[in-house]
Design a protein. Structure first.
Length: 292
């Protein structure tokens, strides 16, 4: 079957669209403007369609040209995916994994996993982005990130997921606080204290907001900070208490106390449903799941 265009012609066509002109497209592609014009003319001839309206100082897409834009982008994306897949049939000597991690996990759960993976695959570059779990879900869905750690609940069901860990959310208090002698703390008692909380968009804050709604009790927010060291410093000095994953509260001056009843959070490694995972990304998923 003889197609009426090739990938190079489609790439030139899309560059003209994106740059809004033949001259700008030529500069972007580092080729002569005449070559751009000739490529578009050949494409129109082979398709037997006019793709652009030529005005004196500008060009605009015809309806046929507008219809071609989406198809051309999809074809080029698929071609790029195919090219990547073929290159990765070779050994994992190169590649990149972009992963988003909430701050608590990035500081206290993932460092050994990241270093272990890097030791096994030194040629693969790891790009780690810190953001709230809900923000990470949007970044994965939009293609800004390949992988991310999300809360495994109804809001993340549209993503492909592999379960990572089940962590307890606990009350974090200074050692001299009365709660430090308790086996558990009720939500009502917790909300009666001045609180140091993450800002909206982080699973830490989402957990608190949901707990507050269930108890019909308003949180007494004394400080808002997304910085774990700062939050710990505020708690150590007695200006408020907070919640963390239990493993985060592992230092002599702080005490972790369970909620009554205990509160648990399931966290998963996620990627866009149906998305192609490169060999580097798949290797990372396999490594993390095997060593979690």
């Amino acid at each position: 079957m003889n197609l009426p265009f090739d990938l190079r012609a489609l790439r030139i066509f899309l560059t003209v669209v994106d740059q809004s002109g033949f001259g700008a497209a030529a500069r972007e592609l580092h080729i002569a403007q005449s070559a751009v014009s000739q490529s578009i003319a050949n494409l129109e001839r082979r398709l037997e369609l006019t793709l652009f309206h030529r005005h004196e100082r500008r060009i605009t897409l015809t309806p046929e040209g507008e219809a071609l834009v989406d198809h051309a982008r999809q074809l080029l994306e698929r071609a790029e995916t195919t090219h990547l897949a073929m290159r990765e049939l070779h050994d994992l000597v190169k590649g990149e994994v972009r992963i988003g991690i909430p701050s608590m996990l990035g500081s206290y759960y993932f460092p050994p996993l990241l270093m272990g993976f890097k030791a096994r695959h030194p040629g693969i570059r790891l790009t780690v982005v810190e953001a709230g779990a809900r923000r990470l879900q949007h970044m994965i869905a939009s293609g800004e990130l390949d992988l991310g750690v999300v809360i495994d609940d109804g809001a993340s069901r549209h993503l492909a997921r592999r379960h990572l860990t089940r962590e307890e959310m606990v009350v974090c208090v200074p050692r001299e606080h009365p709660f430090a002698e308790h086996d558990a703390v009720t939500p009502e008692a917790f909300f009666a204290e001045p609180l140091v909380l993450f800002q909206d968009g982080y699973f830490h804050r989402e957990f608190i907001d949901a707990l507050s709604a269930r108890c019909a009790t308003e949180a007494n927010i004394a400080f808002e900070s997304n910085l774990i060291p700062l939050t710990k410093a505020i708690v150590r000095r007695g200006f408020g208490i907070t919640t963390f994953l239990r493993r985060v509260v592992e230092e002599p001056e702080l005490v972790a106390v369970s909620f009554d009843p205990p509160s648990w959070m399931d966290l998963s490694l996620a990627w866009a449903e149906g998305a192609y995972l490169s060999r580097a990304e798949q290797a990372f998923v396999d490594f993390v799941v095997a060593n979690r």
